[in-house]
Write a protein that binds this ligand. Sequence first.
Ligand SMILES: Nc1ncnc2c1ncn2[C@@H]1O[C@H](COP(=O)(O)OP(=O)(O)OP(=O)(O)O)[C@@H](O)[C@H]1O
Length: 625
Amino acid sequence: MTSCLYECLYEAGLQRYYPQFTAMGLSRIAHLSQLTMGDYPMLGVQDMGDRTRLFHLVQLVKGFEEEDDSHVEEERGLRVESAISSRRPTPRRQLDFSACSPESEKRQPGRDNTSPCKPRTDRETPLRNVRGEREVRRRGARTPAVPPKPGTRTNKETANHSTHVNKVNQHSDHSNRERGERRWAELTYRKSLLEQEAAPMYQVQRAAGYNYGLPMTSPDSSTRSSAGRAVAERIRVCVRKRPLSQAEEKRGEADVVRVRDGESVLVQEQKEAVDLTQYLLQHEFYFDEVFSEACSNEDVYKKTAYPLIQHIFNGGKATCFAYGQTGAGKTHTMLGSSPRRPGLYALAARDIFARLAQAEPRPGPGALRVCVSFFEIYCGQLYDLLDHRKRLFAREDGQRVVQIAGLREVEVESVASLLEVISWGGRERSRGASGVNCDSSRSHALLQIHLRARPQRLVGRISFVDLAGSERACDTRDPDRQSRMEGAEINQSLLALKECIRALDQELSHTPFRQSKLTQVLKDSFIGNSKTCMIANISPSHLATEHTLNTLRYADRVKELRKGGKSSLSHGGTGGKTSSTPSPKRNKHLGRGKSPTKKVKLGVQKESRGTSAPSAGILFSPGLT
Ligand SMILES: Nc1ncnc2c1ncn2[C@@H]1O[C@H](COP(=O)(O)OP(=O)(O)OP(=O)(O)O)[C@@H](O)[C@H]1O
């Protein structure tokens, strides 16, 4: 479960150690102040960079404690109002862990109260706990640990006591407001850093061969040849950036994603060196199509699903995947936001029926029928969304065609009826989200539109796949077993998907579709006359940068595989690292199982923008390690 400690570690880039922290009984931010460097190995923090970060974090927490102590003086009438604001905020100083307390949440300007942190009682606020008895005595007046017995005080004492309580409450309100303001200042600071590009900027450069999780792509020169064009037509990889929402803007979140020329996307990642200087890393990725926030669903449809619809009328199979972090815009793309702003499902349905009407103005015995099925894959199990979430089983028949036994197919005769069926299934999915799986983003949803000739012959089929939230693939390190299993399953299916797309491109005799339920049920979309399009949805917010980069790296790998790259070993996961063995030369160099990091080339230093890199790898600034 997300906790403030996790958030705090996350801010410091140490979130992967969270399970060890909790295993060692460190569950609150306040516990960090008791850590000594001798404890670091027990927490698994061996890496020098991480040790330094943890050290700074511990110092910061201690600093907060001291700061809090200074408020005792304030209670006695000494106001140190300007103490915090006049102090030059070092980057880590700006972290405000207390923002997790319910009071400060309430007081934060323009912030909604949906904090991911578990609400705490006053006594549970982390920095208070750590000082034990003294703290409880001091704050105890407001929320006493043990309620005083009635009648144990005189009236005068009670009056004095309540005056004191009011003073303490006023102080507490004041400090909470101050903390809220500090958090606000932090966000504004980050935003200005990102928007004004005041910080030094370094560009992540393309490297030959293995790229240590960094972008692989360059503008696609392979599409210049006719064979390259054919492959690019079969597998398209596109990216769609959504706009910042009003709530995100109010919270002061910055837009760190830029779309250039409809074919490249640029992400600015805010980083911090061990000397606490802030800098920006700029990642650039190239795709077949990149849709900016200004693009409508119709624009996206024309360049993604529309060619697939033409393809199924020629007897082919097609698949359109929506991939990305929860909240990145997958549903908006697939389903649309209102009847006047339809998504890909409705636009595809409109074209299918328009084309049928054109071909056969009057329905006759030879006319094609449109049938829909809608099901979900959760933890490797299939559930029929058009049949009360009935459990389904996928099996291969005698011709080695995968059949989903018992899957309900509903015949539809118009766009409206198709949309009705989809919304029925969608309701079933969100209802299931509070039952079987607690969150619909943990499952893949597959909507299939079949073109059938009578009686049942399949002519063409398009599958729209709303993939599980990409951030779920990182749950493999979650302390909760169920989340870990879900994460592993999602990770596995995304890996299998990449493999199958590679096989589709290279027309390999063996398609590894059995590696996951997702690819198994989509088997015939990976063989024969089939086309695929992947739309990677991304959020522009600077708070989502890590997930955005993971999404882009995955899409990037899919695009690279199309060009004949070898498979990667795992999905990006938290750190967004993918590993692969792209060239035999590299294999020879590194050998199997050796740590690739030993060979990484670092330390080329250059101000990035507008300059070309002298060699592969990240460009580092002075003082960065
Ligand atoms: N291109 C866009 N233009 C305007 N608003 C958008 C766009 N994309 C997404 N949004 C808005 O962003 C919010 C989140 O989008 P959406 O629900 O589609 O995300 P999602 O990836 O489907 O999330 P989940 O996996 O949780 O279903 C919604 O309010 C949606 O209306």
